[in-house]
Design a binder for this molecule. Sequence first.
Ligand code: GTP
Ligand code: MG
Length: 214
Amino acid sequence: MTTTEGADTQAGKLFAAPCEFFAGAASLSALPPEGRAEFAFIGRSNVGKSSLVNALTGRNALARVSQTPGRTRQINFFNLGDACTLVDLPGYGYAKIAKAEQARWQELIFTYLRGRACLKRAILLIDARRGLMESDHSVMALLDRAAVSYLAVLTKIDCVAREDQEQACTSALAELSRHGAAYPEVLATSAQSGAGVDELRQHIWSVLVANAGA
Ligand SMILES: Nc1nc2c(ncn2[C@@H]2O[C@H](COP(=O)(O)OP(=O)(O)OP(=O)(O)O)[C@@H](O)[C@H]2O)c(=O)[nH]1
Ligand SMILES: [Mg+2]
């Protein structure tokens, strides 16, 4: 990472590096050992986590996307250029999954979020059309308690009329301001149009640089 290049160029280079799946954990005992800085994508089922991981890395099918909520059934780890790890988590809050399985996933997600020292930032995805919901508040409370800093990202902004987009950001920001571990910014993104994707790349890159002590 040189200092003569702009942050956008350097972030672009990071995300143009090879990105490969290297571990999938359906239980705590299957989590890979702690290593490179991790960035975890969390949010309700179907909010667009896997799609955003694909958009960031410019791959169509790195992380599995589906019309069916509850598609991602394990914690998936992707090595981005040996520089950091992108973590695609299963979604929470999908009512049609058996209660016992929901509880098991939630326990897995929560334990991962609480106990992972190399988790440098959680990226909390919120459907721009719906805003924050009850289950998001439980996760936010947990992240606050565990002091895991998180960035809120609105997804599917292409589905919101242009004139309503600012309001969607403002409402989310107002709720986030009550949470200690929330980064005081909201990014509006679309995996479909690519809106906000560069900004999110830069955010991740800047956290990485800060953690490298640069
Ligand atoms: N219009 C639009 N649709 C999107 C966008 N991102 C994701 N989708 C759609 O939303 C659905 C769910 O996307 P996923 O990426 O699988 O969502 P997920 O959060 O990973 O879902 P789970 O793994 O089930 O928790 C798919 O049909 C995607 O095509 C977006 O930015 N715009
Ligand atoms: Mg998924």
